[in-house]
Design a protein around this ligand. Structure first.
Ligand code: GLY
Length: 558
C-alpha cells in the first residue's frame, strides 16, 4: 500500500479511534467518594497545591483507612488518569496477582469440589496487593506533592479513628464470623466480637505505622523490609502461601485504556484484567444499532437486557489476564456488534441455549472520581473483593488482606458462589491477575464530560452502562446516581431488579418479553460521578444515595 494511503488510514484511525477533546479548565474542582473523610482528604491536598493525581493518592489511602470494607492497602484497583497538559490517558493497573505458589486447583477439595470458604476467608484467599505500589507510582509519575504529603490525611485518620456508621455495622455483621476468626481483625473492627455501636471510633495504630513506612520509603516500605516480613510470616502462620519474593516482585502496569464510540461520544474505560471496558463496549456497540429513542421504556429495557446477555456471555468465554491468554480482538469491533445484535428479537427474550458459561462476582469495592481546577481527572475503582476482603488482618501491620483470588475461576465449568459458571481464560495461575468487573470510565463529547464508576461486583458494568445512557439523555448527576438499576449477566438467566424503583407494570413488561425476573432484597451500587459542562464550565457532582459518600464542588485557591 502506498505510504500516503497508510498515513491517511492511520490519521483517520486516530481521529475515530481516539478523539481528543480540547476543553477549557473548570472554574472549580470536584470530588465524589464513598466517604466524607476521603472527599475531605482530596480537597486538603488540592488546597496544598496538589493536582488530581495527588488527590487520588490521598483519597485511595484515606478510603483504605475509613472504608475498610471496600478497599485497602491489602487490595488492588484500577486508576484511570487523564492529564490535561498533554491529554495523556492511561490506566494504572494495581490489580492483585496470584502468589507464585498458587495453582489452578488450589481451592478444590478431595472430591474435586470448590471449597468456597478457602477462596473467600483467610490469607489463602489473598492475592499480592497492588494498592501500595500504585500509590507510589501515581505520586512519583503524575503528582506534584510528595508521597508523604499525600498520605498524611490517611495517617491522621488511622491514628485519630473514624466513626462507625450504620453502613459499617451492616457490613461488619455480614462478615462477623470470618472477622472473629482473625484476632487482629477482631480487635480492630469489632467490640468484644460483635458489631460496634454507631459513633464508636475505629483507630488503627498498626495501619498508621505501615502507612508511615510507605510515606518514608515508597513502595519498598511495604513490599520489602520489616512490613514484608510481617506480612509473609503472619499470612503463612494462618495458612497463606505468600513469599518475600512475591511481594518484592509485585509490579503495577500502565495499560492503554479501552475506547468505544457511541453516537458522538467517546467512552474511555478499563482494560484487561478488568472486563469492564470490553463488556461496556460490546454492549454499547450493539445498542448503537437500535435508535433507543424509537422505543418505549419497556422495549428499551428489553433491548438493553439482550445486549447485556450477549456481552456477558463473551466475558465468560474469552476474558482473563491478557498477559497470560490471547483475547480475540474482534469483541469490540462494530462489525461484530452487528452479528451479535442481528440475533436479538425485538419482542422476545433470547434463550440462553442458543448462545452457550459466565463468571463474575464480588459484592463490595469502592469508587471515587476527581476533576481538578487544571482539568486533570481520575476515575478509580478499588477493591478487596468481599466486604472486609478475606477478613484477615496480618498481625502488627493493620493490613486487611483481600480475597480477590475468588475472582478467578476456582473450578472450570461449575457454578461459583453467585451461581455463575467459571471459565478457562480466567483459570488460576501463578502471578496471574484475576478477571475483574471494575469499570472506571470517562465519557465525553465536544460539550460534556462525565467521570464515573461504582462498586458492585458483576453488576458494575451494567450500572455504568445505564448511567451512560442517562447521561446521554441529559439527566443531571443526582438523577443519574438515583436511577433504579437492572442487570443481566447471561447466567443466571434472569433480569435482576433492585428492590425499589420498578412498578408492578414495569416488572410485568419484562415478563411480557419473556424474561425471568428476580427482584433483589436490596438496592446495589455506590456510584460517584462528576459532570462537566465544557461550554459553561459548570460542574455537577453526586454521590449515590444508597451509600454514605460525599460529592463536593469547591473553589481552590491557586
Ligand atoms: N472484586 C470485584 C472485581 O474486581 O470485579
Amino acid at each position: 500500500m502506498p505510504r500516503f494511503i497508510v498515513s491517511i488510514f492511520v490519521l483517520l484511525c486516530l481521529i475515530s479511534c481516539s478523539q481528543s477533546f480540547v476543553e477549557k479548565k473548570p472554574h472549580q474542582a470536584a470530588i465524589a467518594t464513598a466517604h466524607p473523610l476521603a472527599t475531605q482528604a482530596g480537597f486538603n491536598i488540592l488546597e496544598q497545591g496538589g493536582n488530581a493525581f495527588d488527590a487520588a493518592v490521598a483519597i485511595t489511602a484515606a478510603l483504605a483507612v475509613v472504608e475498610p470494607a471496600g478497599s485497602g492497602l491489602g487490595g488492588g484497583g484500577f486508576w484511570l488518569l487523564h492529564r490535561a497538559s498533554d491529554q495523556k490517558q492511561i490506566m494504572i493497573d494495581g490489580r492483585e496477582t496470584a502468589p507464585s505458589a498458587a495453582h489452578r486447583d488450589m481451592y478444590l477439595d478431595q472430591h474435586g469440589q470448590h471449597n468456597k470458604k478457602a477462596s473467600l476467608d483467610g490469607p489463602l484467599a489473598a492475592g499480592i496487593p497492588g494498592v501500595p505500589a500504585a500509590l507510589d507510582h501515581i505520586s512519583q509519575h503524575y503528582g506534584h506533592l510528595t508521597l508523604k504529603q499525600a498520605l498524611s490525611p490517611a495517617i491522621a485518620y488511622a491514628k485519630q479513628g473514624f466513626k462507625v456508621t450504620p453502613h459499617y455495622q451492616k457490613l461488619v455483621s455480614f462478615r462477623l464470623q470470618a472477622l472473629n476468626n482473625s484476632p487482629a481483625a477482631k480487635r480492630i473492627f469489632l467490640q468484644d466480637g460483635t458489631p460496634p455501636q454507631t459513633d464508636t471510633l475505629i483507630k488503627q495504630a498498626d495501619l498508621a505505622l505501615t502507612l508511615e513506612k510507605i510515606a518514608a520509603k515508597g513502595a519498598t516500605g511495604f513490599y520489602q523490609g520489616t512490613v514484608a516480613q510481617l506480612l509473609v510470616d503472619g499470612a503463612g502462620e494462618a495458612g497463606g502461601i505468600w513469599t518475600l519474593e512475591d511481594l518484592a516482585n509485585y509490579q503495577i502496569k500502565e495499560r492503554n485504556t479501552v475506547k468505544t464510540h457511541y453516537q458522538d461520544y467517546q467512552i474511555t474505560s478499563a482494560a484487561l484484567p478488568s472486563s469492564g471496558g470490553i463488556v461496556l463496549g460490546t454492549i454499547l456497540n450493539q445498542l448503537e444499532l437500535f435508535d433507543l429513542s424509537d422505543y418505549d421504556i419497556n422495549q428499551q429495557r428489553h433491548l438493553i437486557t439482550e445486549t447485556m446477555r450477549r456481552a456477558y456471555f463473551d466475558r465468560s468465554r474469552y476474558l482473563g489476564d491478557s498477559d497470560f491468554i490471547t483475547v480475540p480482538e474482534h469483541l469490540t469491533a462494530k462489525s461484530y456488534a452487528k452479528t451479535l445484535a442481528s440475533t436479538i428479537d425485538k419482542i422476545k427474550a433470547t434463550s440462553n441455549e442458543t448462545l452457550h458459561t459466565s463468571t463474575s462476582k464480588g459484592e463490595d469495592t469502592t469508587h471515587f472520581s476527581v476533576l481538578d481546577q487544571y482539568g486533570n481527572r481520575v476515575s478509580a475503582t478499588l477493591s478487596i473483593n468481599y466486604p472486609f476482603g478475606s477478613a484477615f488482618v496480618v498481625p502488627g501491620t493493620g493490613v486487611l488482606l483481600n480475597d480477590e483470588m475468588d475472582d478467578f475461576s476456582a473450578q472450570i465449568g461449575a457454578a461459583n458462589v453467585y451461581g455463575l459458571i467459571g471459565n478457562e481464560a480466567n483459570a488460576i495461575a501463578a502471578n496471574k491477575r484475576p478477571l475483574s468487573s471494575m469499570t472506571p470510565t470517562f465519557i465525553e463529547n465536544e460539550d460534556h464530560l462525565m467521570i464515573i464508576g461504582t462498586p458492585g461486583g458483576s453488576r458494575i458494568i451494567t450500572m455504568v452502562l445505564l448511567a451512560i445512557l442517562d447521561f446521554i439523555e441529559g439527566k443531571n448527576a443526582q438523577e443519574i446516581v438515583s436511577s433504579p438499576r437492572f442487570h443481566h449477566q447471561y447466567l443466571p438467566n434472569e433480569v435482576q431488579l433492585e428492590s425499589t424503583g420498578f412498578s408492578e407494570q414495569e416488572k410485568m413488561a419484562f415478563r411480557h418479553f419473556g424474561h425471568s425476573i428476580k427482584v433483589l432484597d436490596r438496592q446495589y451500587g455506590n456510584m460517584q460521578i462528576i459532570i462537566y459542562d465544557k461550554r459553561t464550565r459548570q460542574l455537577d457532582a453526586a454521590s449515590d444515595p444508597r451509600g454514605e459518600g460525599l460529592a463536593t464542588i469547591q473553589n481552590i485557591k491557586r
